[in-house]
Every structure is written in structure tokens, then in C-alpha cells.
Write a protein that binds this ligand. Structure first.
Ligand SMILES: Cc1ncc(C[n+]2csc(CCOP(=O)(O)OP(=O)(O)O)c2C)c(N)n1
Length: 688
């Protein structure tokens, strides 16, 4: 058993336990009542099991919420966050009672669902059901991976548990099976999930929808499962938690029979307790029924507070003890200790990018997915914190780090992950790994299947997590697999997520620059969107602007000849850039001066200063956009003087070059459209 398990000592009397639990219950009830918004039922029913965990097991330091070896706690059922805020306040985190009184109000640190970065002690943004459970799997993966890398005989400097509290909704969502299956397969013994088995969801009893044997399901995934029939039996919950910690070879699920809205005379065990304030009268009746003073609201008995606040001294001594162990470790293994600090801080080592290749035109044609694979091979050895893989598409996504071994139960030091065909869980696991800190997580799949992992990608952006996505087969150009596999609207969709940087490089050298940017971006996810098909390499000798241009999102790749002001600008991304270059040359031969702007990232370009954007796209010049994706987003770039060669239907099954040709991605069509735009402008001018 690990050292964290020794914390499981009951020190409160049953009466004090009950006082503390009711304190949590009624803080949550009062928060929701004051806001007249929120979810009282889950906190009322789950307060006792949460208390058993926080009081008897959880290793945390309220005065240093980011201490690396703390246990992680994720409230996957984020709608029950009033409970989490109450716990954070009473145990002594920097979350004053005033903040509990401002639950769900503008600018408060107690938002409607837990938000990472807003409230000390909140380890992950939760609310979209199921995501938190898979985040927990990612955190538990990070723990074993870092333990394998850094622990040494007699020195367990990475040694903590991941606890997740889930509800019926979490376990109904498909992602719970994806993540549960993966966690069971990986033998993540330090992942412990408490299930608020209250038999109620929004529409009523779980008899309506959810009748499978959940315990058998998780047992089949390879989990250790236990049931506690009476949630208010703190000792029983504590014992189950202890059993779970002692089970080191399997993740644990503890189903606790809780009662939604516990204590409310008219709402307990009904859906009415789920998502609205109890009401003034029902609050009064509930408090009276449980022997709690009706007034004042937000009442915290001194005795309960004193008991909860022991967490501060306990956390301080646990952390101090860890720090002294770390000191001894640092004396024996100074390099490893420094390395541990580096990866936990998220700092990059010196010369991390020294082996990144520069490609020559003679190397081409090369698919950008292949160039990305070569970048990963160059980065992997210099960045041992890089860890990732794909959703069973490794040979296609080129996400393997050569020689780094598979991450699997017998080899937690392996860095090549096999997520299985579980895109949603993969996204959420990557988030959990990033939230844990100490790793640079990345994951790949076909671009079209980002639809399956959009929820965690959205959360990665919300939480500003440094997660890297490797998406290949990026357009209709991928060919024969046809419309089901040809992404069309995905570029626009991902670009519209605030904080998500989408990069669609034009060739192998832009791909290298994109990877350099992705590794360097410590706040926020980066999606690399890569081709299946080979593309000409843009030689750095001829196009020296690439390394500096890519981070700006868009740049002048090739201007009109002899410095003449261009008459039209061809904007292209990814595989269409080389067509734009050919178009420019042909237009020049036809007497039209065209500039080619490569725009691997519209997000990054939009964030550049006005002066730079004006330099690249001077006001008044007509634009022709060439991109094998939905045309919709581009229309916002410039009013009427824009034409787009795009894809506004679902593609077709045929060899890639044939599909591209049919959709108008040819040099001939580019020139035709450019002339058309210019003719229209001339016509307009002559009408004035
Ligand atoms: C992915 C997702 N779908 C729907 C919702 C809306 N929602 C919030 S809670 C909930 C279900 C409530 O049932 P349960 O999970 O058992 O929570 P409890 O009633 O016990 O509070 C739903 C559908 C959500 N938060 N996330």
C-alpha cells in the first residue's frame, strides 16, 4: 500500500461526523437557494461520502493547491459543485464564505459548474457529463507514467491517488465505457471512483433509461467494484475507500446508494431535488427536520469548522514530509530531481528543437503527416515528457516515437499510447494528463473524427491546456474512402472554438514550424491538420519566410514580381498553397500580378496587430481564397471583394486528385476565378 493510505484514521465521533456532513449539506442548500439557481440534490445526498473521502483519505494541502504529490479529486458530476465549493471553503482553501454567497454570480469564484483556474482546488472544468471521469483516467495515467520515470528504490516521490465522483449521468454517457474500458485494461489501480447511485436523473427514475448492472459492467472492464448500501455510514464508505486503495492492480468503483435531496421532506428521492432551489419553505422544513437552525443561512458550527480546518495542518505536514523526502531524493539523484521540477513547471529543456529537420524540395513530394512523423521522431528523444499516440490509427497518423516503447501495464515508462478506437475518451484523457502536469500529451486520429472528440477539445481550449492534436486525412484530397471520411466543415468548426489554434501547414517545412509552435505554446491546445497525400516541399532557400511566417498565422509566401503592388491576393492553406503558387506564376504570364499568402492558422493571423494584417492583406485588394473546406468562415474576412474556392457539400468517393479536380482545385480554375474577380471589379468601377 502506498504512503497516502495511512491518512485513513477516524478521529471524529459519529455526532461530529454528522454535524460536519450537515454543514456541507446546508451550505450547498443555502448557496443554491440564495442564487435561486443550481443543483441542491446531489450535494445533499453525496455530502456524507464526500466527507468520508475528504476527511479520511484525500491527501491535499489547502494552502498549496498545486503541490505536485497531492491526490487529485475531480467532481465529474459538475452540476453538484455547491458541494465542492463548500468542501473547499470549510477545509481552508482560499475561498471565503463571501464567495459561497455569490454562487453563480458575475465575477465570482463559484461559477455554475467548476471551472479550472477560477477556484483554487478545482482540478478540472466539469459539467459535460462523463468528461471528468475520463479526465481522472488521464490523471491516473500521468501519475503512473511519472512514477515510472522518476521514482527510484526507496524514493517514491510520485505517489498519489486520483479520486472521481460520478453520477448516473456520467455513467450513462458513452465516454464512461470508453474510459472505463481503457482504465481497466491499463490496470490503473490508483484510480478510485465514487458513484452517487441515487437512482434519479432529470426526467425521473433511472428505471426509465438505465437498468443494466453497472457493477457487472465495470467488473467486466477489469475494475474492482464495491457497493455501500448506506451512504450516511461514513465508516462503511471509509472502509470501501481503504479497500480500494489496497487494491493496487485494478481501478475501483464504489457505488454508494445515496438519496438525492437527502432530508428534504417533499423532494428527497425525486427529480425535483436535482436542478432547482428547494424553495424557502422546503429549506425551512428540511433544516427543522434535521435539527438545523433555520437562520442564519450559511451557518457553520464552530465545532465543525474546527474539525474541517484540521485539513490545513494535516496538509501542511503531508507536504512538508514529501518535501523532505524530495530533498533526500534530490541529494541522491540531483539530475532527476531537477528534471522533475522542470517537467512539473512545464519548462522546455535547452536545445529541445535542435534536431528538427529542414526539408529540401528534392525530398518531396511528402505528405504533411509524414513530415509530422519526422518532427515527432526528432522531438521525442529531446522531450522525454512527450507522451501520446492515436485512436488506433498510428500507422496512418505517424504519431509513434521510435524506440520509446508502448505505454502498457507491464511498461508504464513507455510513451507510445494506444487509446483504442475511443476518440472522446482520448481527448478527455489528454486533458487529464495536461491537467496533472509533467507531460506534453498529444493524440491523433483522422480529421473527420474530431467530431467524436469535440467535447474534450472544447474543454481543452476552455482550460487553456497544452494538448497537441495530430489530425491527418485533412480534406477531400484524402480520396477513395469517400464522404464519410472526407472532412469538410471540421476546419471551420475547430477554428470557431475560442482559444483553439488550428494549423494547416502547406508542406513539410511549414509542418516543422507548426510543431515548433505547438510545443512552445504552453497555454492552449493546438490542432495540426495534415494531409494524407504527398505535397511538393517548399525549399527554405526559395521560401525563407516560412519559419518566421507560420507563427504569425498568415504571411506573404510569394509576392507579385518585382515588388509591384499586386492586383489580387491568393490566400491558401495546406495542400492548396502549392496550387496557389502555380496559379500566381500562370497569372503573371497572363499579365496579372498576384500575391500568395499562406495562412496555416486563421486564429493566429487574426490575433496579429492591425498593421501586420494590413501589410499582408492591404485594404482594397481583392482576395481569392483556396481551401478544401467549407467556405463559410472566409466570407467574414473582407466584404464583397472575395471569392472562395471551397467545399460546401460532402465530397465524393474517388481517387484524391480526381475529387480535388472536380471540386475546382486546379491551377486553371484558380486563374479563371482570379480573372472573374478582377473583371467584376472592373465592371463595378466602370458603372460608377
Ligand atoms: C453531456 C451532458 N449532457 C446533458 C447534461 C445535462 N444534465 C445535467 S445533470 C443531468 C443528469 C442528472 O442525473 P444524474 O447524473 O443522476 O445527477 P443527479 O440527478 O443525481 O444530480 C443532465 C442530463 C450535461 N450536463 N452533460
Amino acid at each position: 500500500m502506498s504512503s497516502s493510505a495511512t491518512l485513513s484514521t477516524p478521529i471524529a465521533s459519529p455526532a461530529l461526523d454528522e454535524l460536519c456532513i450537515n454543514t456541507l449539506r446546508f451550505l450547498a442548500v443555502d448557496m443554491v437557494q440564495k442564487a435561486n439557481s443550481g443543483h441542491p440534490g446531489l450535494p445533499m445526498g453525496s455530502a456524507s461520502m464526500a466527507y468520508a473521502l475528504w476527511d479520511r483519505s484525500l491527501k491535499f494541502n489547502p494552502r498549496d493547491p498545486r503541490w505536485p504529490d497531492r491526490d487529485r479529486f475531480v467532481l465529474s458530476a459538475g452540476h453538484g459543485c455547491a458541494l465542492q465549493y463548500a468542501l473547499l471553503h470549510v477545509t481552508g482553501y482560499d475561498l471565503p464564505l463571501e464567495e459561497l454567497k455569490r454562487f453563480r454570480q458575475w465575477g465570482s469564484r463559484t461559477p455554475g459548474h467548476p471551472e479550472y483556474g477560477k477556484t483554487p482546488g478545482v482540478e478540472a472544468t466539469t459539467g459535460p457529463l462523463g468528461q471528468g471521469l475520463a479526465n481522472g483516467v488521464g490523471m491516473a495515467i500521468a501519475e503512473v507514467a511519472l512514477a515510472a520515470r522518476f521514482n527510484r528504490p526507496g524514493h517514491r516521490i510520485v505517489d498519489h491517488y486520483t479520486y472521481v465522483l460520478v453520477s448516473d449521468g456520467d455513467l450513462e454517457e458513452g465516454i464512461s465505457s470508453e474510459a472505463g474500458s481503457d482504465a481497466g485494461h491499463l490496470h490503473l489501480g490508483k484510480l478510485i471512483v465514487l458513484y452517487a447511485d441515487n437512482h434519479i436523473t432529470i426526467e425521473g427514475s433511472t428505471e426509465l433509461t438505465f437498468t443494466e448492472d453497472r457493477m457487472a459492467r465495470f467488473a467486466a472492464f477489469g475494475w474492482h467494484v464495491q457497493r455501500v448500501e448506506r451512504s450516511n455510514d461514513v465508516d462503511a464508505v471509509a472502509l470501501a475507500l481503504q479497500n480500494a486503495r489496497e487494491e493496487s492492480g485494478r481501478p475501483s468503483l464504489i457505488a454508494v446508494r445515496t438519496h438525492i435531496g437527502f432530508g428534504s421532506p417533499h423532494k428527497q428521492d425525486t427529480a425535483a431535488a436535482h436542478g432547482e432551489a428547494l424553495g424557502v419553505e422546503e429549506v425551512r422544513l428540511t433544516k427543522e427536520g434535521m435539527g438545523w437552525p433555520v437562520k442564519p443561512a450559511f451557518y457553520i458550527p464552530e465545532q465543525a469548522l474546527k474539525h474541517f480546518r484540521r485539513a490545513v495542518a494535516r496538509g501542511d505536514s503531508a507536504q512538508t514530509e514529501w518535501e523532505s523526502r524530495f530533498k533526500a531524493y534530490a541529494q541522491q539523484y540531483p539530475d532527476l530531481a531537477a528534471e522533475f521540477q522542470r517537467v512539473i513547471d512545464g519548462r522546455l529543456p535547452k536545445d529541445w528543437d535542435a534536431d528538427l529537420p529542414a526539408f529540401r524540395a528534392a525530398d518531396g513530394p511528402m505528405a504533411t503527416r509524414v513530415a509530422s512523423g519526422k518532427a515527432i521522431e526528432a522531438l521525442g528523444p529531446r522531450l522525454p515528457e512527450m507522451m501520446g499516440g492515436s485512436a488506433d490509427l498510428g500507422p496512418s497518423t505517424h504519431t509513434n516515437i521510435d524506440g520509446a516503447g508502448n505505454f502498457e501495464p507491464e511498461n508504464w515508462a513507455g510513451r507510445n499510447m494506444h487509446f483504442g478506437i475511443r476518440e472522446n475518451a482520448m481527448g478527455a484523457i489528454l486533458n487529464g494528463m495536461a491537467l496533472h502536469r509533467g507531460l506534453i500529451p498529444y493524440g491523433g486520429t483522422f480529421f473527420v473524427f474530431t467530431d467524436y472528440m469535440r467535447p474534450p477539445m472544447r474543454l481543452a481550449a476552455m482550460d487553456a491546456l497544452p494538448v497537441i492534436y495530430v489530425f491527418t486525412h485533412d480534406s477531400i484530397g484524402m480520396g477513395e474512402d469517400g464522404p464519410t471520411h472526407q472532412p469538410v466543415e471540421q476546419l471551420l468548426g475547430l477554428r470557431s472554438i475560442p482559444g483553439m489554434v488550428v494549423l494547416r501547414p502547406a508542406d513539410a517545412n511549414e509542418t516543422v514550424a507548426a510543431w515548433r509552435l505547438a510545443i512552445g505554446r504552453k497555454k492552449g491546445p493546438v490542432a495540426l491538420v495534415l494531409t494524407r497525400q504527398g505535397l511538393p516541399v517548399l525549399d527554405l532557400g526559395s521560401f525563407p519566410g516560412i519559419p518566421a511566417g507560420v507563427p504569425l498565422g498568415g504571411y506573404i509566401l510569394a509576392d507579385s514580381l518585382a515588388g509591384n503592388r499586386p492586383e489580387i491576393i491568393l490566400i491558401a492553406t495546406g495542400s492548396e498553397v502549392h496550387l496557389a503558387l502555380e496559379g500566381r506564376d500562370r497569372l503573371a504570364a497572363e499579365g496579372v500580378k498576384a500575391r500568395v499568402v499562406s495562412m496555416p492558422s486563421t486564429n493566429l493571423f487574426s490575433s496579429q496587430p492591425d498593421a501586420y494584417r494590413e501589410k499582408v492583406l492591404p485594404t482594397g485588394l481583392p482576395l481569392l481564397v483556396i481551401e478544401a473546406g467549407a467556405s463559410l468562415g472566409w466570407k467574414s474576412y473582407v466584404g464583397a471583394q472575395i471569392a472562395v474556392i471551397g467545399v460546401d457539400t460532402f465530397g465524393a468517393s474517388a481517387p484524391g486528385p480526381v475529387v480535388m479536380q472536380h471540386y475546382g482545385f486546379t491551377v486553371e480554375n484558380i486563374c479563371r476565378q482570379a480573372h472573374h474577380v478582377l473583371d467584376q471589379l472592373k465592371e463595378k468601377a466602370s458603372c460608377v
